[in-house]
Design a protein around this ligand. Structure first.
Ligand code: 5RP
Length: 234
């Protein structure tokens, strides 16, 4: 997606930001456009406080003058705006392509509302073409990976599990590693979520279920606002 389309999705979400809001601020290239657009409003006098979902986002906010707080200082947020790697008609998401899924989920669930900003290509009928990131603690990595493989097999998946970064594993802001699982098609995201969270070495995974309230998707024909299908009136 071009930066211009990302910016359009970001600007649509920015319309929902009102003075005094406590904002969760996402991570990734689309969220970066949101930070840039937000910073312009802040320079123009908009008063908000942001809680960043990654060190990367925090650094950009500081550079652009967006006021920040920690989640400890500001544990209840009005709105989180973040990108996604995939979203389905119920606005269930796969996130974590940028490795910030744990903080993103903690911040999003501390918010009254979460809005996704993305390009239209991220909308899918079924989640899973994007490899699902699963955040795991480094201790006992091999044991955890085997347990993940068993859980997947029990659910009928035959899916490759890759350690992100390979021989130089990627390290998240929380000091964990990420397993990327190429499931191709996730038949029951809720069942998969439960099975993965049952494994002791799994910290969290990139399935965001029942968290997003709306999405702004930018495409060639403009920006479309989506609600979860169950919320639609007709
Ligand atoms: C980071 C994420 C991002 O929101 C997701 O990867 C989308 O990123 P981008 O806007 O660059 O496509 O979940 O952990």
């Amino acid at each position: 997606m071009s930066d211009q389309l990302k910016r359009q999705a970001a600007e649509a979400a920015l319309e929902e930001v009102t003075p005094g809001m406590r904002l969760g601020i996402g991570t990734g290239s689309t969220a970066e456009q949101f930070v840039r657009a937000l910073a312009e409003k802040v320079q123009g006098g908009l008063s908000v406080i942001g809680v960043p979902t990654s060190e990367r986002t925090a650094a950009l906010c500081r550079e652009l003058g967006v006021p920040l707080a920690t989640l400890e200082e500001c544990p209840e947020l009005d709105l989180t705006v973040d990108g996604a790697d995939e979203l389905d008609p119920k606005l269930r998401l796969i996130k974590g392509g940028g490795g910030a899924l744990l903080r993103e989920k903690i911040v999003a669930t501390a918010s009254r509302r979460m809005i996704v900003i993305a390009d239209a290509s991220k909308k899918v009928a079924r989640l899973g073409a994007f490899a699902l990131p699963v955040e795991v603690v480094p201790f006992g990595l091999r044991v955890t990976r085997n347990a993940v493989a068993r859980a997947l097999s029990n659910l009928g998946y035959d899916a490759p599990i890759l350690l992100r970064g390979g021989d130089t594993p990627f390290v998240t802001d929380g000091g964990h590693h990420i397993l990327d699982i190429d499931l191709r098609e996730i038949t029951d995201p809720e069942a998969l979520s439960r099975s993965l969270l049952d494994i002791p070495g799994v910290v969290d995974h990139g399935l965001f279920l029942g968290i997003a309230d709306a999405a702004y998707l930018a495409g060639a024909d403009g920006v479309e606002r989506l609600l979860p299908v169950a919320d639609q009136q007709n």
